[in-house]
Design a binder for this molecule. Sequence first.
Ligand code: MN
Length: 333
Amino acid sequence: MSGVGAGRAAPRADDDGSGEPSPDAGVEVLTARDVPLGGPRAMTVRRTLPQRARTLIGAWCFIDHYGPDDVAGTGGMDVAPHPHIGLQTVSWLFSGEIEHRDSLGSHAFVRPGELNLMTGGHGISHTEVSTPGTTVLHGVQLWVALPEEHRGTGRDFRHHAPSPVHRDGATIRVFLGSLAEETSPVPTFTPLLGAEIVIGPRATTTLDTDTAFEHGLLVDQGSIRVEGTLLNGAELGYLGPGRDSVTLTNETDAPARAVLVGGTPFEEQIVMWWNFVGRSHQDIAEAREDWAAASDRFGHVDGYPGDRIPAPALPNAVLAPRGNPTRPKGSTR
Ligand code: MN
């Protein structure tokens, strides 16, 4: 669950057969790396953010994508009590069910098509366990970095089940922000967008977007052409600010599914290590010490039958703040 790691953006040919870049190229394709979540029967997730080429998309700082996993084979999800600071976690499922408990006292069931948003702020701890009735676990976990003025905010937990919106053969569920004339009632600390989009076979949909936003489209199933660039399953396509719409085409004969995230570029540099988002090595070291000391900062999670996850050792090197390059080099035409 350590956030910082190596990855690489792969520039993608535009795949139109002409050998020439199409005029509206500029989608940066970010490929996933497999990361074991840990635990006795480790579940593997596909991580597309952060990576070397990109730290953030808006305030979104972490994208883990998993499944469809046959829980009988993988053991499902069983994440013991662990802490967070300086971020919000978004759990969004396509199938299965996860039981969430946190040190705010929240006890919730994460179900497909329903947002569960936990705010860590100054400090929270939680557990995530797939329920006994879950046979297939499939979804994403996303993190949102909190801006400086709010990163010490209190713990919070929100649930929202968005109504599906139908548009040009697509079904859209807006869990944060606004899209397709639907707005989530869940407040955010910076301008954000988060939505699930299911596109019918061979359908094309064009969605109006905020020109101040940058966006990332994570393809879950199928192959989706985004502004001329084909994205396959588990790939994340990055689109920079300045677009007033995005056109998505399902290139397959079955429904395709994606998660669209977006937001205004996050101007601050962050230090991301393990489950913490801070601004300095010192922020991270203090949070690690507080967790090791079972400080009240993170509270206590009731109802979990096992031990807390110990913090890993800090690296020998000083953790350096990271942000996005002001101009992506070599990966965007
Ligand atoms: Mn967590």
